[in-house]
Design a protein around this ligand. Structure first.
Ligand SMILES: Cc1cc2nc3c(=O)[nH]c(=O)nc-3n(C[C@H](O)[C@H](O)[C@H](O)COP(=O)(O)OP(=O)(O)OC[C@H]3O[C@@H](n4cnc5c(N)ncnc54)[C@H](O)[C@@H]3O)c2cc1C
Length: 530
C-alpha cells in the first residue's frame, strides 16, 4: 500500500514540474517504444550511466554540445512536493530511506523499496551510496570542500593541474550548484549551537577551523526557523533528504539544465547490468527496467557511440570488473578494480562534552576543523548533527589520507563483484588514519576539559564505514588523465571511480564535479564529432 502511494506521487510530480523537459520525454518514449520489441537495440549517440556528480556534469555538457544523450539511473526521481512529504525522516523511516533493503542503513525494519540510501556490506568495510536521480547529492551533507594545493598533490598525480582546477573548474561546478557558508543570523540561532561549540572547541585547542561551503538554500532554512516550512535542516534531517527543499541537490540544478537542452533524456529505474563492446560501432548497454519494489518490469538494450560511466566508484567499478572478467570488454587493463580507497573516513561520537551542545542539532554539517599539522597525518573533522543525540554529544566525520588500499574481485559462481578492504586482508581497517583522528580528538578533549585535570569526555571512534568510496578505475592507470578508459576509444569514467582513493582530506563531491567539468571540456573538444 505504502509503495503504491510513493509511485503515484512520483508520476504526478513528473508530469507537472518537468513539462520543461517535454523534448527529452519525447526522445525517451520513442526509445521506450523501440525497446518493447524483443531483441532490438535502440541506438543513441551517447549514454551516461548514473546521475550523481560525474553523471550530471556529463549530461549537461553533452546536452549543451547538442549530442542526443540518454542517462540511465537505477533509482527514482525525488521531487519536492507542496505537502513537503517527499522523503522518509529519521524520526519516521520507511522504505524511502533504503535502497531495496528490509532495513535502513542503521538497522530499522522498513518495506523493501527503491529508496534513497544504500548500505553495501563489503569484505572489511560498509559503504554508503546514494540512489536516485541526483545520486549522492540526494543524501549528502551538501558540503563542497576544495582540497588545499599541498594535500591535493599528496594524492593526485602531477599531470592534474591544481591551479587550473582552482581558477576554472571548481568555480564552474560551484556556480551551477549555488554554494555558500551558513549566514550569521542562522548560525547564531539556537538550532546551530552545536556548530558554534565545535568551532569554539577548536579555537581553545589552537586548531585552525572555519565554516564549510554548503549547497543549501538558506532562505528556505529561514522559513523552517520561522515555521512556514517543515523543519528539515534545522531538525538534523540530512541523509534521507530535506522535505523543506533546502538541499540544492543535482536534480534541481545540473540535471534540470541538462533536460532543458532538449537533448538529454533521463530514464529513472533503469539498472544497468552489463556493458560490452560492439565491434566497429561502439558499446551495448543492457539494463533492467524495475518498478519501485525492485522487480524487473522489462529488460532493455541500447547501443551507443560514446559511453560515460558515472555509476559511482562502487557501481562503475562493478560494471568494469565484471566486463573484464566475463570478456565483454577484454582489453581493459590490469588496473581495473584496483586503487580503491575509503577517503580516510572515520566516524566519531564524543560524549560528556562539557557545556551545552544541543538545544537542537541543526544541520547540515556546517563547521570544519583542519588539523593538517597533526604529527601522525593531516586530518579534517566535520561536525554533523544527530537528531536524537543526548546533551553533551558531538558527532563528527574525520577525513585523512588513507594508508591502505582496497580492490574489487569478481566471483564467477555468484556473478557478483565484491570489494576487499584492505586488499591484502591481513589487517583490519586503516590504523594510521584512526591514530591520527584519535590524536586530534584527544587534543580537543584535553584542552576543553573543565573538571580540574579530569577529562570526562569519551571518544567512540570507528573506521568500518565510509560514505566516500573512491577509485577502482583510477586516472593515469586504468584511464588516462581525462578519464578515457585505456584499451578503448570513446569509453569514459567521469565519477569517483577515477579518483585515487582519497580527495586529500576533503569530502569528494566537489572535486568529482570539478574534474568532470575539466574532462568533459577536453573530451568534447577532442573526441566527439557532432
Ligand atoms: C550519507 C552521505 C553523505 C555524504 N555527504 C557528502 C558531502 O556533504 N559532501 C561531499 O563532497 N560528499 C558527500 N558524500 C559523498 C558523495 O555523495 C559522493 O562522493 C558523490 O556522490 C560521488 O559522486 P559520483 O558521481 O561518483 O557517484 P554518485 O553520486 O554516487 O552517483 C552514482 C549514481 O549511479 C547510480 N547507479 C549505480 N549503479 C548503477 C547501475 N548499475 N545502473 C544505473 N545507475 C546506477 C546510483 O543510483 C547513483 O545515482 C556523501 C555520501 C553519503 C552516502
Amino acid at each position: 500500500m505504502l509503495r503504491r502511494s510513493y509511485g503515484r506521487r512520483r508520476f504526478l510530480q513528473s508530469s507537472t514540474l518537468f513539462s520543461a523537459s517535454l523534448m527529452a520525454s519525447v526522445i525517451s518514449s520513442r526509445i521506450a517504444r523501440a525497446n518493447n520489441e524483443p531483441g532490438k537495440d535502440e541506438f543513441v549517440p551517447a549514454i551516461v550511466i548514473g546521475s550523481g556528480f560525474g553523471g550530471a556534469v556529463a549530461a549537461l555538457r553533452l546536452g549543451q554540445a547538442g549530442i542526443n544523450t540518454v542517462l540511465l539511473e537505477r533509482g527514482r526521481r525525488w521531487l519536492i512536493t507542496p505537502e513537503q512529504n517527499t522523503f522518509a525522516t529519521y524520526r519516521q523511516p520507511d522504505g524511502r530511506a533504503a535502497w531495496l533493503s528490509s532495513t535502513t542503513y542503521d538497522g530499522v525494519p522498513v518495506d523493501v523499496y527503491t529508496g534513497i540510501l544504500e548500505r553495501k556490506d563489503e569484505n572489511g568495510i560498509s559503504v554508503l551510496c546514494g540512489a536516485g536521480v541526483g545520486g549522492g547529492s540526494l543524501v549528502y551533507n551538501c558540503v563542497h570542500y576544495q582540497p588545499s594545493r599541498e594535500l591535493f598533490y599528496r594524492v593526485f598525480p602531477p599531470e592534474i593541474d591544481y591551479d587550473e582546477l582552482d581558477s576554472v573548474y571548481y568555480p564552474r561546478a560551484r556556480s551551477v550548484q549555488k554554494v555558500s557558508v551558513i549566514p550569521q543570523d542562522i548560525l547564531a540561532s539556537n538550532y546551530y549551537l552545536l556548530m558554534r561549540r565545535f568551532l569554539e572547541q577548536a579555537n581553545v585547542a589552537g586548531i585552525p577551523n572555519r565554516l564549510l561551503d554548503l549547497a543549501i538554500d538558506w532562505d528556505i532554512v529561514r522559513e523552517e526557523i520561522n515555521g512556514t516550512k517543515v523543519p528539515s535542516a534545522i531538525a538534523a534531517e540530512v541523509w534521507y533528504g530535506h522535505n523543506s527543499g533546502a538541499k540544492n541537490s543535482l536534480d534541481r540544478n545540473y540535471l534540470v539544465e541538462a533536460e532543458q537542452t532538449g537533448k538529454v533524456s533521463i530514464l529513472p529505474l533503469h539498472l544497468v547490468t552489463t556493458i560490452s563492446e560492439v565491434a566497429g560501432h561502439g558499446y551495448r548497454v543492457s539494463c533492467n527496467e524495475i518498478n519501485e519494489s525492485g522487480e524487473v518490469v522489462t529488460t532493455k538494450s541500447f547501443t551507443c557511440r560514446y559511453l560515460f560511466l558515472a555509476a559511482g566508484s562502487m557501481g562503475t567499478s562493478a560494471l568494469l570488473v565484471k566486463a573484464k572478467a566475463t570478456g565483454t570488454l577484454p582489453r581493459l587493463n590490469d588496473y581495473i578494480g584496483l586503487e580503491w580507497g575509503n577517503n580516510g573516513d572515520t566516524f566519531c561520537v564524543r560524549s560528556g562534552v562539557p557545556g551545552p551542545t544541543n538545544s537542537q542539532q541543526g544541520g547540515p554539517a556546517s563547521a570544519l576543523i583542519q588539523h593538517f599539522d597533526n604529527p601522525i597525518g593531516p586530518i579534517s573533522l566535520m561536525c554533523f548533527p544527530v537528531w536524537n543525540a543526548p546533551e553533551g554529544t558531538i558527532a563528527s566525520l574525520g577525513m585523512g589520507i588513507p594508508s591502505v588500499k582496497g580492490k574489487f574481485s569478481y566471483d564467477a559462481t555468484t556473478g557478483l563483484v565484491k570489494l576487499n578492504w584492505p586488499e591484502n586482508g591481513s589487517q583490519s581497517g586503516d590504523p594510521k588514519v584512526l591514530e591520527a583522528a584519535k590524536f586530534t580528538y584527544k587534543l580537543l578533549n584535553r584542552k576543553n576539559a573543565t573538571s580540574k585535570g579530569k577529562n570526562r569526555t569519551t571518544i567512540d571512534l570507528s573506521g568500518s564505514t565510509t560514505a566516500h568510496p573512491l577509485g577502482g578505475a583510477v586516472m593515469g592507470k586504468a584511464c588516462d588523465f581525462y578519464g578515457r578508459v585505456k584499451g578503448y576509444k570513446r569509453l569514459y569514467v567521469v565519477d569517483g571511480a577515477l579518483i585515487p582513493g582519497s580527495a586529500a582530506c576533503t569530502n569528494p563531491a566537489f572535486t568529482i564535479a570539478a574534474l568532470a567539468e575539466r574532462n568533459l571540456e577536453r573530451i568534447l573538444a577532442e573526441d566527439i564529432v557532432g
